[in-house]
Design a protein. Structure first.
Length: 403
């Protein structure tokens, strides 16, 4: 086995996932993907023919995001035709899973240089557009006690004592940290502006943020999942699976859940030999990557067991990690993660997260990896861990170490 190094990581800004006023609504998924793919050889000053695979996550791979968006993106980015492409779907951790698979290929010696990441245009391809059996097949839905993710998030909050004030306070802090990070230009190293066909900038800054958000503002919002839970019967399904809960306390809403946005990200992975040959300087080493399955009704509890498994395989403890990035799918997911890992919010999502920035499903994991790497370098720290909860009950985690 050889080491796999991260040589570069880039992302687009996240645009509001709305057709009417989202800055990236006119940018196709391939245009977003091309933006980050073009940036890597340009920044590294090497030819695209050196890349041995492009692995891209995408959660709704249909329509203009379908037909193997990894290969299509490589072609439209002008990569050498000998560079293959792959699309994969691990739901919300697809972008990180793409990195993990790319790293595994490098470690195994099957590739020397790989680009991995993801893309999601949520303004153009809506969530659920690809369909699926989990909610539609009665045998599968009943056998796994299917409920929508928002009900699962509220179930987590209820079981673990997260109040409405707790989840709203976490959300307000996410907005504050995101605003401060942009004010201090912490993302400048990795952001690649999205430009239109004639070179006019469409977006160069995350636009979903609401930095002035207060607890009083969030207190005005009604729970988003109460009606589907109580009126549509999903609360009863969840309680039947988790009989220790008498009644679900619905605390999540648009202000303390991840935003719907557009975006893409790409990470350049390679062996030490490839870096030397191309004059690239390694920024970090991929230490361990894990994905686990968890109970699918509560669904969103995978990050802690995935992280514990990764740490165990690496011979490390939680105390060895300097910075953590946990996807803010819902506030209760992060609160539970910090509780189960015994870590402090002071070292978790230090520049905000998806509640402020949004969650471009297939791209988020790769974005988080770049975010934690940039921050490790800025603070001169060593170890970072990225983790995401995943639909249908899974969790994915990746540990990196600065070089």
């Amino acid at each position: 086995m050889t080491d796999c190094f991260i040589y570069d990581a880039v992302r687009t800004p996240r645009g509001k996932g709305r057709k009417k006023d989202g800055a990236l609504a006119d940018a196709t998924p391939l245009h977003l993907a091309r933006t980050v793919l073009e940036a890597l050889p340009e920044r590294g000053r090497f030819e695209s023919k050196e890349i041995e695979d492009v692995i891209f996550g995408c959660v709704e791979p249909v329509g203009e995001q379908g037909a193997n968006v990894g290969r299509m993106a490589a072609l439209i980015a002008g990569y050498d035709e000998a560079v293959p492409g792959l699309q994969l779907n691990r739901f919300c951790s697809s972008g990180l899973e793409a990195v993990n698979i790319g790293a595994a290929k490098v470690k195994a010696g099957d590739a020397d240089l790989v680009v991995a990441g993801g893309v999601e245009s949520m303004s153009r391809i809506s969530m659920g557009a690809s369909g699926g059996a989990w909610s539609a097949d009665p045998e599968l839905a009943w056998g796994t006690s299917f409920v929508p993710q928002g009900v699962s998030a509220d179930l987590i909050a209820t079981k673990h004592g997260h109040s409405r004030r707790d989840v709203d306070s976490f959300a307000v802090e996410s907005q504050k940290r995101a605003a401060a990070a942009w004010e201090h230009r912490y993302f400048e190293k990795s952001i690649v502006a999205v430009k239109d066909a004639i070179g006019v900038t469409m977006l160069d800054r995350d636009e979903h943020m609401r930095p002035g958000t207060t607890l009083a503002d969030l207190a005005q919002l009604q729970p988003s999942f109460e009606m589907m839970g109580r009126s549509f019967g999903f609360d009863a399904v969840a309680i039947q699976k988790h009989p220790d809960v008498e009644q679900i306390n619905h605390v999540h809403h648009a202000g303390n859940s991840s935003g719907i946005v557009d975006g893409a990200a790409a990470v350049l992975l390679g062996s030490r030999e490839a870096g030397r040959r191309l004059g690239l300087h390694p920024r970090a080493r991929v230490v361990r990557c894990t994905t686990v399955g968890t109970e699918p009704c509560i669904m969103l509890t995978g990050p802690a067991p995935a992280s514990k498994k990764a740490l165990e395989k690496a011979g490390m403890n939680a105390s060895d990690v300097d910075l953590w990035e946990i996807n803010e799918a819902f506030a209760s997911v992060c609160l539970l993660f910090m509780q189960e890992m015994g870590i402090d919010h002071a070292v978790t999502n230090v520049n905000g997260g998806a509640i402020a920035f949004g969650h471009p499903l297939g791209a988020t994991g790769a974005m988080l990896l770049g975010t934690v790497l940039d921050e490790l370098e800025r603070r001169d720290l060593s170890i970072g861990l990225v983790s995401l909860c995943v639909g249908a009950g899974m969790g994915t985690s990746t540990i990196i170490e600065r070089v």
